[in-house]
Design a protein. Structure first.
Length: 290
């Protein structure tokens, strides 16, 4: 079983869209895939049009040691299964205060059915639920829009994953960054892509997810772009990104968490003219109004 946590401490980065379309691409590639919604707000659950589940058919069952995961009913969709979020997750979260409460999901997966991939959707925050996802996972993916706040959140997420690896889960590999909602017309998007690649090297995936009307429409329709618009560039982008991710998973080579390369950003608004060469990748500083 391959476990993957998809997370970013900043919302609005296409995280849930990435979970859904990565799972769909895995299913279409022949992998039996389970998606677990560990976001108390349940965006993924609502995205897929899944009705509010009873607690006994929700991801809260990961936190009940008397229940075997293989006995928990899941929602079966066309390309993957879903263990949806429960409205009671916020209330339960207040009780997950012990240091050992970050190991529930990892232990529960040992009693689960025989899936080839388990993909966790997490909240845009550090909570006991998101830590459970990271402790239970071998791989992590950080979706990031190439803009200031999402990049800042992605770097915070990277540090969280690094600490989880050092203190709680030595099997967790260094995370990948996946650029989402990329608009090639924006010079600042090119800057942030160069900036992250200069700092994190090969941890930044070659594949990118471009802005796509098909992805937005699929979200509104409660389905994936694979069904809504199978020839769209959104589908091509997520298929390529999933193929790249699979190559890394199959390689099975542990990747050390690299030392971050020092790259100093220029003052906000300093952008090169078109065609101007840069000596090194740069990123704008935080705008004064943020």
């Amino acid at each position: 079983m391959t476990t993957l946590a998809i997370c970013n401490h900043k919302g609005g980065t296409g995280k849930t869209t990435t979970v859904v379309h990565t799972a769909a691409a895995l299913g279409l590639s022949g992998y039996r895939t389970l998606v677990i919604d560990l976001d108390p707000q349940g965006f993924l659950t609502r995205y897929l049009g899944i009705a509010e589940p009873p607690i006994e058919a929700s991801s809260l069952m990961l936190f009940d040691h008397q229940v075997k995961l293989r006995d928990v009913p899941v929602q079966r969709l066309k390309h993957f299964d879903v263990l949806p979020a429960s409205a009671s997750m916020t209330k339960v979260l207040r009780k997950l205060t012990r240091p050992t409460d970050v190991f529930w999901a990892k232990e529960a997966l040992q009693t689960g059915p025989d899936y080839e991939f388990v993909v966790f959707d997490t909240a845009a925050a550090v909570t006991a639920y998101s830590l459970n996802a990271l402790v239970a996972s071998r791989f992590a993916l950080i979706p990031v829009t190439p803009e200031y706040q999402p990049v800042y959140g992605a770097e915070q997420t990277y540090q969280t994953i690094r600490q989880v690896r050092e203190k709680l889960n030595p099997d967790l590999q260094a995370p990948f960054f996946l650029f989402t909602q990329v608009d090639g017309r924006k010079r600042s998007h090119h800057q942030y892509r160069r900036y992250l690649r200069a700092r994190y090297g090969d941890l930044v995936m070659r594949s990118i997810i471009r802005t796509s009307t098909a992805l937005s429409q699929a979200y509104d329709d409660g389905t994936t772009a694979f069904e809504h618009a199978p020839t769209s560039r959104g589908v091509r982008d997520y298929a390529n990104a999933t193929d790249e991710l699979l190559r890394h998973v199959r390689a099975g080579t542990p990747r050390p968490v690299p030392e971050i390369n020092g790259v100093e950003p220029p003052a906000y608004g300093e952008e090169p003219a078109y065609g101007e060469e840069q000596s090194r990748p740069v990123a704008p500083e935080r705008p004064a109004w943020l």
